[in-house]
Design a protein around this ligand. Structure first.
Ligand code: FO1
Length: 312
């Protein structure tokens, strides 16, 4: 079973999936277009969010970074006027140091990620979508094109955006084994991550979108839009700014070529017929994940999604 994943929303669903399904049968394929290099260190926020969350070590207040983190290094860096708007906790820094060191030794990101996931005791496989560098760029009204973390963290995604592109995607190759995993998966799950900023870059790596589309009947997506708004982050605003309807119907239109089933929240039950009119089977269920139990319940819905949606 393959899960296409961004950061926080995907990590929550994965928490439920590992409780509802044997973890060794799960492969999380994670966006790396948010990756950034800071202080000479390779930071992979979505990979780390998935790993820390599944390890039970994530900061519960933010959904990223480590619980109980300290900030001595950031405070010391502040003295020099270094970059501190992107906060790297002391223990989190060790992950970026290790990753950067191993990449420098010639290991690829997939191998290093497997090492990090194993060190945190994870039983499912976590795979970056590509070993090649891909970078989301956002065109803003006042600063032109800026890097993803500049947009997301420095500008707090509180600026108008007119375009998003994934630099490097044309040359990127899917991680080894990814296309085969998609070809053979019984179920492909699109996590409730940002369809433009998180799932978009995953699908944009050459070979991935066609491989998912070829398995459309086996693909279940979970809407990250509930009640006309994103649960977290800029998905809602960005969908509107880029000309998409900010609703489960807008999500259905974005996914109609790659997914046969869309799980929407009960709050959007009245839009189920409109989703089906787009050409996607619709499953209505509670989708808010505020703890392990609700995440497991959503996972169970997703695992049964094809049958419930009547499209398998
Ligand atoms: N998000 C913030 O809003 N502010 C931060 O300072 C920040 C630091 C950070 C450090 C490590 C990490 O793995 C994630 C971090 N994030 C931070 C979250 C990250 O920017 C976003 O969650 C993702 O890139 C979007 O999926």
């Amino acid at each position: 079973m393959v899960v296409l994943a961004g950061g926080v929303g995907a990590a929550k669903l994965l928490t439920g999936l590992v409780r509802a399904h044997p973890p060794h049968d799960l492969l999380a394929v994670v966006n790396t277009a948010d990756d950034t290099v800071l202080h000479g260190l390779h930071v992979s926020p979505d990979l780390d969010t998935v790993v820390y969350t599944l390890a039970g070590a994530v900061n519960p207040d933010t959904g990223w970074g480590l619980a109980g983190e300290t900030w001595q290094a950031m405070n010391a860096l502040d003295r020099y006027g270094g970059v501190t708007w992107f906060r790297l906790g002391d223990r989190d820094l060790a992950t970026h140091m290790y990753r950067t060191h191993r990449l420098g030794q010639g290991a690829d990101l997939a191998a290093v990620t497997a090492e990090i996931a194993a060190a945190w005791g994870l039983k499912l496989a976590v795979l970056p979508v590509t070993n090649d560098r891909i970078e989301t760029k956002v065109t803003t009204a006042d600063e032109g094109e800026i890097g993803f973390q500049d947009y997301f963290v420095r500008r707090r995604h509180d600026v108008a955006a007119s375009a998003v592109r994934v630099a490097g995607s044309a040359r990127a190759r899917p991680s080894p084994g990814l296309v085969e995993a998609l070809d053979n998966a019984r179920l492909i799950i699109i996590a409730p991550s940002n369809p433009i900023l998180s799932i978009g870059p995953v699908l944009e790596v050459p070979g991935v979108r066609p491989a998912v589309a070829a398995r459309r009947d086996a693909v279940v997506a979970v809407s990250p839009i509930v009640g006309g708004a994103a649960l977290k982050g800029p998905a809602g605003r960005l969908m509107r700014e880029l000309g998409h309807e900010c609703s489960v119907v807008g999500v259905a239109r974005l996914y109609r070529e790659v997914a046969a089933t869309l799980v929407i929240d009960e709050a959007d039950a009245h839009l189920a017929d409109s989703v089906e009119a787009v050409g996607i089977s619709c499953v209505v269920a509670p989708t808010i994940m505020d703890g392990a139990e609700s995440a497991t319940a959503v996972a169970r819905v997703v695992l049964g999604g094809l049958a419930a949606g009547g499209s398998a």
